[in-house]
Design a protein around this ligand. Structure first.
Ligand code: BGC
Length: 420
């Protein structure tokens, strides 16, 4: 008996030692490329770093500033070309599919099965996180772009009410102008202008038109009078920005609204992350309305963590990151700070503020009624090359290189065709 006990103890020790060696070889670090560099974004990222550190993983940050991620995606391309994959990278929709097609993504299907992701993650997101039957990315959140963010005190001062139509919105912007407040806070960068244009198109043509033009790339819709009218409406909106808007970062535009230097910003709900970081609350300090004419529709994007095919000793860290990201508690805690809503359908809205609760309810309703559409500007309408062509045309129109709506439509059709 005594001898048996001793043998067992020795065997246990050996297993421990071998296990210890295997663990020692594992990299206990997560290297993450992302473009979350604003105050609200950094605060949200902190939630993830904290959760991973509780699990014993350290964080190697690879931040590449630039909203919308254009600069980050250029940096990622260079890293991947050099065979230097991060554990994961923030990515938007079609970019995930591009990398998956190139064969550089890992496979988290086993973890997905164990964790039941296929039941918890909405099908619209699985279209982008699962490639060829394999989980290659995990969605962190669902953002949507068709929002107005309004300073409440300014709204009260000018006696404004919620705009229900595009014309109401123009009338509201006029009121702000008359009161000497900058009506529209915008940064003149292509991705910001195109993100706003997504909402204008959905408002001008209605949800079905948006889908046909910007998700199906239907040529008749792209060159229709409705698209021309959408460019006219964009031109109208641009008359309400301040003279210094060119090149301004999106979060500085949000800061103008937070401070009451401007009435409204049309932006994805990452803008709410800035209000939250500034300790502002909905209905007291700011108002969140759907862009007029788009109520009932949600034009979404989702930040995905694309999971690269990393060496074996980094896989445990990757699984830890993926599991933490899709845990219910993280999905609530992170998205409350980020301004987005959970990427799972089973997370209670208890901890969310009024705008977050509305975001969660809107997403469910839009999904149920077939009015959930991918944002063209935010990588969920078409492949990156096509989305870039779109952003290029919009910005040339805004900055006067394309002079008329007629010409904008012609250039849009041509640019999309060339990029296909
Ligand atoms: C991302 C957001 C981010 C925003 C501004 C969007 O493309 O989805 O997470 O906050 O860009 O940087």
């Amino acid at each position: 008996m005594r001898k048996f006990m001793t043998m067992t103890a020795i065997a246990a020790l050996m297993v421990g030692a071998v296990g210890g060696l295997a663990r020692a070889a594992d990299v206990k670090e997560v290297q993450m490329l992302h473009w979350w560099t604003s105050g609200g974004e950094a605060a949200a990222l902190q939630v993830l770093k904290g959760d991973l550190s509780k699990d014993g993983y350290s964080w190697k940050d690879v931040p590449v500033a630039g909203g919308g991620g254009d600069a980050a995606m250029t940096a990622l391309k260079a890293m991947v070309a050099a065979g230097n994959y991060p554990t994961a990278s923030q990515m938007l929709g079609y970019t995930v599919l591009d990398y998956a097609q190139a064969g550089v993504m890992g496979d988290l299907t086993e973890t997905a099965k164990k964790e039941g992701w296929d039941k918890a993650v909405p099908a619209a997101l699985q279209k982008f996180s699962v490639y060829d039957g394999k989980w290659v990315a995990v969605p962190v959140n669902v953002h949507s772009v068709n929002w107005l963010w309004i300073n409440k005190a300014v709204m009260d001062k000018i006696g404004g009410t919620q705009p229900k139509t595009f014309d109401d919105l123009i009338a509201l912007l006029d009121k702000a102008k008359a009161a000497g407040v900058t009506p529209l806070a915008l940064g003149g960068q292509s991705w910001q202008e195109a993100t706003m244009f997504d909402s204008i198109v959905a408002s001008t043509g209605g949800p079905d038109f948006y889908k046909k033009a910007f998700n199906d790339l239907d040529e008749a819709s792209l060159k229709s009078d409705t698209m021309k009218k959408s460019f006219d409406n964009l031109a109208k909106m641009i008359t309400y920005v301040d003279p210094n808007y060119s090149g301004r970062d999106w979060n500085l535009a949000t800061a103008m609204v937070i401070k009451g230097d401007a009435l409204v910003q049309v932006m994805g709900d990452w803008a709410k992350g800035e209000f939250v970081a500034a300790k502002k609350t909905p209905n007291n300090d700011f108002l969140c309305y759907r862009f007029p004419g788009t109520e009932g529709s949600v034009i979404y994007n989702s930040d995905m963590f694309g999971m690269f095919n990393v060496p074996d000793n980094q896989k445990a860290a990757q699984i830890a990151l993926a599991t933490a990201t899709l845990s219910k508690s993280f999905q609530s805690a992170f998205n409350v700070v980020k301004g987005s809503v959970p990427a799972r359908t089973d997370v209670p809205d208890t901890d969310f503020d009024a705008c977050g609760k509305k975001g969660i309810a809107d997403l469910k309703a839009a999904n149920d009624s077939g009015k959930l559409f991918g944002s063209f500007a935010q990588g969920y309408g078409a492949a990156p090359a096509i989305a870039n062509a779109y952003k290029d045309v919009v910005t040339k129109f805004v900055h006067g290189q394309i002079k008329t709506s007629d010409q904008a439509v012609t250039e849009l059709v041509k640019a999309i065709d060339d990029a296909r």
